[in-house]
Design a protein around this ligand. Structure first.
Ligand code: 5GP
Ligand code: ZN
Length: 113
């Protein structure tokens, strides 16, 4: 996928604010965060959306989201977090490389989602 910005970010070809990386995933801070610490989990493999995910990625991505959320609670002091994932233009997807939003939520903070 030559033209996919998230492929390039996930591969490290475009610099990003990376908060976690392993063989299969890169987790970055969203360019337009809806709360402080809003992160995106990007698989290094290209999938357009959830319908294309392979079994291995599907099995790993939610446990990773849970771990990221737990780290956010400790590191950022959030008291909760949303895990959000958009598929298709009508659902608000704007980047067509599967990704999962992990959005920290703070006690008394605004209703961002
Ligand atoms: P979607 O609407 O597709 O679920 O989410 C795409 C998200 O990616 C948006 O929240 C947007 O702010 C973020 N985004 C788009 N381009 C970039 C980029 O180049 N770098 C980073 N870090 N985030 C991006
Ligand atoms: Zn891609």
């Amino acid at each position: 996928m030559n033209d996919c910005i998230f492929c390039k970010i996930a591969a490290g070809q475009i610099p990003s604010a990376t908060v976690y990386e392993d063989e299969e995933f890169r987790v970055i801070l969203d360019l337009n965060p809806i709360s402080e610490g809003h992160a995106l989990i990007l698989p290094k493999k290209h999938f357009t959306d959830i319908t294309e995910l392979d079994a291995e990625t599907a099995a790993k991505v939610l446990p990773l989201a849970a771990r990221i959320g737990e780290v956010m609670k400790k590191a950022l002091g959030c008291t909760g977090f949303n895990v959000l994932q958009n598929n298709g233009i009508s659902a608000g997807q704007t980047v067509f490389h599967f990704h999962v939003h992990v959005i920290p939520r703070y006690e008394g903070g605004p209703d961002v989602v």
